[in-house]
Design a protein around this ligand. Structure first.
Ligand code: MSP
Length: 661
């Protein structure tokens, strides 16, 4: 068994959310660490997965008239899709509805009950249904709202099992005092220590108010609290207590959990207290990263400012997106997402610094040495710089300082570019007496590039592969096997552009136009909504005159987010002749939409109908009801009034929330 093991986990994601940049961020960071450790010769186990129990799933499934299991079976695939698109190299994907997980959770519960660390009591508290958590009065928002999502809290009283975690708090404080990197970075460590020292009460770990969860062994009217259930994924995936194929024994001693700063109490307090009670060693470290905002605001579906990782990867290239996320912001800090900053990094760091170095070097090897890498001595300064760069990358990645690791790689790239300017190979090539010197320059630059491909491979795996293909190198090898100078006599392939430069003026024009078009579209859609509000429409087009809109580009079209949804409830709005109030389900959330289709359907005809919803339409108040989106319909109008109307519907069964394009 290798003594170099590494176990890294992402949080398991709530399935009812659409995957967004926050999820992508944690998972890409874990992917980089996993790839890096593999290149260092470690046996890596990289785990991610989905958190599938809880009230929201139960409610959503009820509304759709399907079982919660059928719902999660469908929607967890959104995450699997994203990980495929983002080139994530996870070794396992755990779902909390899997038998292997349920078995472990029940074994944990039973063990703690048997040893008297779980007992029965009554719980009353303020509960946030969407966040599935009780909120202590001290952290409630104004008017008893949830401090995280801002929604109103509900008082809940229920018989509950409690975890006697207070018993282990002193032990945990002592552990953290002796293990300063148990929680990283320092600011989060301090936060956790002061929380622990302020006292921790026993925690309620079961619910009777919902059914969609893992039953408490021997008392099936209770299901296990979703967070208690979810945290256990980190050991259920390793096969605890039966120890799978030795995975728990092998990997648990080298466990690292990566999480966002919002969920550190669960990970740095609740989870370690559970482990102490179980007699299991604590993970090596829990690393908390900051949050991405957009234009300084928290991203949220209702504000429509959520960054879609699928879209970013498609528009700017996956590796550029991966690079940007980890380079732009120090890992523990919050960062504001800016597409302009992303474009800036593509042009300067990727196209200019890295792309040019590769291109210039390959072209010189082609012109001066017929495409064969010369042999001979290497430049010792560049060789030493490479060794120092690897030390810096090691040091920084072991501290999860991704941005610093990338900075040191780019310092090496700059040095290599400067080396070309200093040695002026084009002059050396003109003088036969300088042939050895030119050989040394070309070989050193080639080796620098081979080394850079290896260094960036964890961050940008596709780019590393493209570089190797051009350099004529078959496989990456590991860091320890790298020898500066060994690439002599390799035959290179054709130089190709790694990252095309983005014309910033053109980009800005398109970007502005994209935003302007979206704004106009929103406005015009709002006008249509006003029309629904019984406002007289002037200048309605004459019959048989087809009014065309101005031509738009595909990018403009893409700004309109349309998804498959299902009407789960249609209601009369007494005050309106035209409007219905519709409750629609997108699979990951439900919304209220007002729609001017009353003249064409009864409420019964609409119930259960699948439709297409424009999701990113600015909310509008219609008859006092906030409408969040618009369902698509085709109509024939006369004098501005619809005479005939039909809903646009998906022609075959497809998961709710699927994007229409
Ligand atoms: N299901 C729980 C985790 C259970 S782990 C035993 C959960 N899921 S989540 O889907 O809501 O969030 C998962 C992760 O996404 C968290 O680490 C959270 O910090 C991260 N992010 C969500 N939005 C984010 C940003 N805007 N920016 C960065 N990360 C953010 O919590």
């Amino acid at each position: 068994m290798s003594d170099k093991n590494f176990y890294i986990t992402t949080p398991i994601y709530y399935v009812n959310d659409v995957p967004h940049i926050g999820h992508a961020y944690t998972t890409i960071a874990c992917d980089v660490m996993s790839r890096y450790k593999r290149l260092k010769g470690y046996d890596v186990f990289f785990l991610t997965g989905t958190d599938e129990h809880g009230q929201k799933i139960q409610q959503s499934a009820e509304k759709q008239g399907i079982t919660p299991q059928a719902l999660v079976d469908k929607i967890h695939l959104n995450f699997k899709d994203l990980w495929r698109v983002l080139n994530i190299s996870n070794n396992d994907f755990i779902r909390t509805t899997e038998e292997r997980h349920i078995k472990t959770v029940q074994a944990v519960f039973k063990k703690l009950m048997d040893q008297g660390d779980i007992y029965k009591g009554t719980y009353q508290g303020y509960y946030c249904v969407p966040c599935e958590t009780y909120v202590p009065e001290s952290s409630m928002g104004e008017n008893k709202t949830c401090p995280d999502c801002g929604r109103p809290l509900t008082i809940m009283t229920e018989e509950s099992y409690f975890f006697k975690c207070s018993k282990y708090v002193d032990k945990l404080i002592k552990y953290y005092e002796e293990n300063l990197s148990g929680v990283m970075p320092k600011i989060r460590y301090n936060e956790i220590m002061s929380f622990l020292k302020s006292g921790v009460r026993d925690q309620s770990v079961s619910r009777t108010s919902l059914k969609w969860g893992i039953p408490v062994p021997g008392d099936e009217k209770h299901v296990i609290y979703v967070w208690f259930d979810a945290l256990i994924n980190y050991i259920s995936a390793l096969g605890w207590p039966d120890d799978g194929q030795g995975k728990f024994k092998k990997f648990w001693p080298d466990a690292y959990h990566m999480v966002g700063k919002d969920i550190i109490r669960f990970h740095c307090v609740t989870w370690p207290l559970m482990l102490l009670a179980l007699g299991i060693d604590l993970p090596k470290s829990i690393i908390a990263h900051g949050w991405w905002t957009f234009n300084g605001e928290k991203m949220s579906k209702s504000k429509g400012n959520v960054i879609d990782p699928f879209k970013m990867a498609e528009e700017y290239g996956l590796d550029a997106f991966r690079y940007f996320l980890l380079r732009e912001v120090p890992f523990g800090n919050d960062g504001d997402f800016s597409e302009l900053a992303l474009v800036g990094r593509i042009n300067s760091d990727l196209a200019n610094d890295l792309g040019n170095l590769l291109n210039r070097t390959l072209q010189m090897i082609e012109s001066y040495r017929g495409g064969v890498v010369p042999s001979g001595a290497v430049n010792s300064e560049l060789k030493d710089f490479a060794a120092k760069t690897l030390e810096a990358v090691d040091l920084n990645l072991n501290k999860f300082a991704f941005d610093e690791a990338l900075k040191s790689i780019w310092a090496f790239i700059s040095r290599a570019n400067k080396f070309i300017d200093e040695t002026e190979p084009w002059k050396l090539a003109k003088d036969a007496a300088q042939a050895d010197k030119l050989d040394c320059v070309l070989l050193s630059l080639y080796e620098a590039l081979r080394f850079i491909a290896l260094l960036i491979a964890p961050f940008m795996p596709d780019t590393a592969d493209k570089m190797l293909a051009q350099l004529g190198v078959e496989s990456l090898g590991g860091y320890d096997a790298f020898e500066f100078g060994k690439g002599a006599d390799n035959k290179i392939n054709k130089a190709e552009v790694l990252f095309p430069r983005i014309d910033i003026k053109e980009w800005q024009k398109n970007y502005e136009a994209k935003r302007e078009e979206l704004r106009k579209r929103m406005e015009s859609l709002n006008l249509e909504n006003k029309d629904i509000k019984d406002v007289e429409v002037k200048d309605a087009p004459a019959e048989n005159v087809i009014e065309h809109e101005a031509e738009i580009g595909i990018d403009d079209f893409k700004t309109v987010e349309m998804r498959v949804a299902k009407i789960i409830k249609a209601e009369e709005i007494k005050k309106s002749k035209k409007l219905y109030k519709l409750e629609v389900d997108l699979g990951y959330e439900t919304r209220t939409v007002c729609s001017g289709i009353k003249a064409f359907f009864t409420t019964e005809e609409l119930d259960g109908k699948r439709v297409i919803l424009v999701c990113n339409l600015k909310p509008a108040k219609l008859c006092g009801i906030e409408s969040n989106g618009m369902i698509l319909a085709a109509s024939v109008k006369k004098d501005g009034v619809s005479e005939q109307l039909t809903l646009v519907v998906p022609e075959a069964d497809i998961p709710l929330g699927s994007r229409v394009s």
